[in-house]
Design a protein. Structure first.
Length: 112
């Protein structure tokens, strides 16, 4: 009887440790990555909005396109690039995986 009580008392702390370890939050993902995502998106938007006026001047001087036409072209470029982010997220989550999508996106953005 004493041996049975001793075995139970020995098992209790180890069971508590495993439940405490399983309740701890993981160190990857979650809210810890949110600042990196926000900063990355902020820099991307600043770069895109900073590029717009320069692109309009380039289209006007380099391709002799009128201001209204150049603005329409840049609007479509901005709309398509924002929509393709949703398509890329769907492909990444459903089929390819995040690393393949990042590699394909990086490769497709290289200059010819």
């Amino acid at each position: 009887m004493d041996q049975l009580v001793a075995e139970e008392s020995m098992e209790t702390p180890s069971n508590q440790n495993t439940t405490e370890q399983s309740l701890r939050p993981s160190r990857k993902g979650g809210y810890r990555t949110m600042p990196f995502i926000i900063v990355n998106e902020s820099f991307e938007k600043v770069a895109s909005y900073g590029l717009m006026p320069n692109m309009i001047f380039y289209l006007m001087n380099g391709y002799h396109i009128e201001t209204a036409t150049g603005t329409s072209i840049l609007f479509m470029w901005s709309a398509i690039s924002n929509a393709l982010a949703i398509v890329g997220a769907f492909l990444s989550d459903s089929f390819l995986g995040r690393f393949w999508v990042i590699a394909l996106g990086s490769f497709s953005s290289l200059p010819p």
